[in-house]
Ligand binder design. Structure first.
Ligand code: KG4
Ligand code: ZN
Length: 347
């Protein structure tokens, strides 16, 4: 590991509030998690079938002081012992992001500690540095979350480019929407994954959309519509779909698209070190199928531990360490942004 040479110990307090989890962590040298506190708002958003942005912002504002205090306390670290404060500044729900960014700015001003801005998807990728201590760039990463589906070339810790992405819906989004249409509670992805375990993946015929002339791009919206049409057609005839079989068939189709494009990109670009990241990297079929394919091909595969797949503060602290070492310090007029390319902070 980079830091073994000079025995430096960089401790960063990191804050995450981009969607429906209020989270904070203290991470040492980007790899050692001293504390990781996550408060989820899922139970409240469940009532509405999805995240309500205004409610998310309010709950973040209520929770953030307690979550940060708890992260400091559990890590046994005083504010004065920290080297920096990091915060997710983009992309995400703007009102939700602003709560974390403003809190971090206040704490940075009061403590005099430097403020490190972190891109949410870079943080998802960095979750792998916690789980896989020997992992180092370069590698190819499939980043799949509720809002994004990207194939990213991670050339260095702070140098990355997207080489494939979804043209419409993200993988997590279609899992959630199809699950909701079958009556599963939000967020449906994890429930659909669980129910699919008992189904027949060949029971329903679903398309495997490809994007013409862009072999690494994804398109999931037609696949989502095909699954939803099966459910609606059945209900118009007074019939029920077999939820286990449709879950298994749909999961198989989404995972098939992800795995095919990811492996094609790896082959074409000559990457043998593969990594997955984001909420959907918890999907059991994606993990199983990629593990088997990588084993066959002689590739290495890193995956985050399940508790670091979804949004958390530790992953922000992991990426912040590498951003901090590159000198990425934000001024106190740092703003949040709902969108931002992953290459925006390239150094
Ligand atoms: O990365 P994440 O926690 O939040 C975003 O940055 O979007 O990802 C959340 C997404 C949701 O769509 C959720 O349903 C999906 O990840 N997800 C899963 C699984 N666990 C979470 N999708 C499929 N299978 C799973 N096991
Ligand atoms: Zn996320």
């Amino acid at each position: 590991m980079d830091n073994a040479v000079n025995n430096e110990k960089i401790k960063i307090l990191s804050i995450e509030s981009s969607c429906d989890e209020t989270a904070a962590a203290v991470v040492e040298n980007g790899r050692r998690v001293l504390s990781n506190i996550v408060i989820s708002q899922i139970d409240e958003h469940k009532l509405y079938g999805g995240v309500v942005p205004e409610i998310a912002s309010r709950r973040h504002a209520e929770a953030i002081t307690g979550v940060v205090s708890e992260a400091l306390e559990q890590s046994g670290t005083k504010l004065s012992e920290l080297d920096a404060i990091a915060v997710t500044c983009a992309p995400g729900l703007i009102g939700a992001l602003l709560v974390g960014v403003n809190f971090a700015k206040g704490l940075s001003y009061a403590s005099g500690l430097p403020l490190v801005p972190v891109h949410h998807l870079r943080a998802h990728i960095a979750a792998n540095y916690i789980t896989n201590p020997d992992l180092k760039p370069p590698f190819l990463c499939l980043v799949v979350s509720g809002g994004h589906s990207h194939i990213v070339e991670v050339k260095d810790y702070t140098l990355m480019n997207i080489i494939g992405k979804t043209r419409d819906d993200a993988a997590g989004e279609v899992f959630d929407k199809v699950a909701r249409t079958m009556g599963m509670p939000y967020p449906g992805g994890i429930n659909l994954d669980r129910i699919a375990e008992n189904g027949d993946e060949n029971a329903y015929k679903l398309p495997r959309p490809k994007v013409a002339d862009s072999p690494y791009d994804f398109s999931f919206s037609g696949l989502k519509t095909a699954a939803i049409n099966i459910i609606h057609n059945a209900s118009q005839k007074g019939e029920n779909v077999n939820v286990e079989d449709l879950s298994a068939s749909f999961r198989n189709a989404v995972v098939g698209c992800l795995v095919d494009n990811f492996l094609k990109a790896a082959h074409d670009l000559g990457y043998k070190n593969l990594v997955i990241a984001g909420g959907v990297s918890a999907n059991s079929l994606l993990r199983k199928r990629l593990s088997a394919e990588c084993e066959k091909l002689g590739y290495s595969l890193c995956m985050p531990e399940l508790k670091y797949c979804g949004d958390n503060g530790a992953m922000v602290g992991a990426q912040a360490y590498y951003e901090f070492k590159k000198g990425r310090i934000a001024p106190l007029d740092l703003n949040a942004s709902a969108t931002m390319p992953i290459s925006f902070f390239n150094t």
